[in-house]
Ligand binder design. Structure first.
Ligand SMILES: *Cc1c(COP(=O)(O)O)cnc(C)c1O
Length: 404
């Protein structure tokens, strides 16, 4: 019999009741160290006092206003984002996928407004993830997510991950732009080298097409910079963000230069809830904290230290972990066991992580962690590796071929 909650997730049998900093507590009071952070959402940890205060204060004023009126929180947050980035203008959404929908529409409309309506295709990389709407599953190109949902929405061309030559060849008269994640998240913490990102920026400029970045997961300090593209010293034309933006309150945004947004005039796009006052209040408080230089310096410091400690674990447990990759506090452990085995072994140690493609376990801790949390994490990962090594040693050797 079907469950009251549509069963589209294979959920772990864990029920959390409250959180505090980087910890979650189950209904039975057990404490878990959360290195998943709601999949890179809870960047400021749980129950951050500044976010709680912002939410409570706004809750006593007004919860919802239609976008047919000016919304003060929206104007303030848009100004904060414009001041902190390449962007001149911002559209607010409720999720990452909706931010991407706006980005995709904007890229197409840019060319339409310039008299080149045939430029409607976006080039993406294999392994991409942009969300679960019909347009974003088409953009991601993952066959598993497209299967059974009818014809994939046209307008997306995919090339192998990191193959800049193939990308260059794919640019043609129908190309509107390039849509990529600077570091693939769901795809397995696959970092696009800085020189590749710079080359792609140059290719877009030469062809007169737009660079659209999906920084939904990489954004707001996760990679040690406010945005991952800063590592390559380039800027996009359009950028989708979400996840950490609201520190757990659902909110996303599509940022753009004035030029890229030239087609998005009155009536071309909208959202009932997008830019909701509650979301704006919390995100405003979150962005004020996450844009501080000392906040980003802390993320870089923790990132370096965590990576050093993880490198030692790789040396100690080479049959379990093959390598560490990623940037700052967006790290992936490429495993030699299946990634779900390590995720489960870590859960048994009361540590939460997230699986990803390419047999990777993602470490996405709240960005406010300190060294004690790093040490606790390393201890737990070490113990999980020992448990998996014991399990492998006890397992019958398959290749012996006795039973078949
Ligand atoms: C999570 C994610 C999305 C989708 O965000 P939703 O809020 O789930 O719609 C899009 N792109 C990237 C890179 C993501 O990590």
């Amino acid at each position: 019999m079907i469950t009251p909650v549509l069963p589209t997730y294979a959920r772990a049998d864990l029920e959390f009741e409250r959180g505090e900093g980087p910890y979650l507590f189950t209904t039975s009071g057990e404490r878990y160290l959360d290195f998943g952070a709601g999949i890179a959402v809870n960047a400021l940890g749980y129950t951050h006092p500044a976010l709680v205060a912002a939410l409570v204060e706004q809750a006593g004023k007004v919860w919802h206003l239609s976008n047919i009126y000016k919304i003060p929180g929206q104007e303030k947050l848009a100004r904060q984002l414009v001041d902190a980035t390449f962007a001149d203008t911002v559209f607010f959404t409720n999720s990452g996928a909706e931010a991407l929908e706006c980005a995709i529409k904007m890229a197409r409309k840019y060319h339409y407004a310039g008299g080149a309506s045939e430029r409607h295709d976006l080039i993406t990389f294999e392994g991409a993830f942009h969300g679960r709407t019909l347009a974003t599953i088409a953009a991601g190109g993952n066959a598993k997510y497209l299967e059974g949902f009818g014809p994939a929405m046209p307008g997306f061309v995919q090339v192998p991950f990191g193959d800049v030559k193939a990308l260059e060849k794919a640019i043609g008269p129908n190309t509107a732009g390039v849509l990529i994640e600077p570091v693939q998240g769901e795809g397995g913490i696959r970092v696009l080298p800085n020189e590749d990102l710079r080359r792609i920026r140059a290719l877009c400029d030469e062809a007169g097409i737009l660079l659209v970045l999906d920084e939904v997961q990489t954004g707001f300090g996760r990679t040690g910079q406010l945005f991952a593209h800063e590592l390559a010293s380039i800027t996009p034309d359009i950028m989708a963000v979400a996840k950490a933006l609201g520190g757990g309150f659902p909110v996303g945004a599509c940022l753009a230069t004035e030029s890229a947004a030239r087609g998005m005039v009155v009536g071309t796009h909208g959202s009932t809830y997008g830019g909701n006052p509650l979301a704006m209040a919390v995100a405003g408080a979150a962005v004020a904290l996450m844009t501080k230089p000392e906040f980003l310096a802390h993320v870089r410091d923790m990132g370096v230290k965590l990576r050093q400690k993880l490198a030692m674990l790789v040396d100690q447990h080479p049959t379990i972990i093959e390598s560490v990759r990623g940037e700052a506090l967006m790290l992936g452990l490429k495993t030699r066991v299946t990634n779900t085995e390590l995720v489960e072994a870590l859960r048994a140690e009361h540590m939460l992580t997230v699986g990803a493609g390419d047999n990777v376990v993602r470490l996405l801790p709240p960005l406010i962690i300190d060294e004690t949390h790093l040490d606790e994490a390393i201890e737990k990962i070490g113990r999980a590796c020992v448990a998996l090594e014991a399990k492998i040693a006890a397992a019958p050797v398959k290749a012996a071929g006795g039973v078949a």
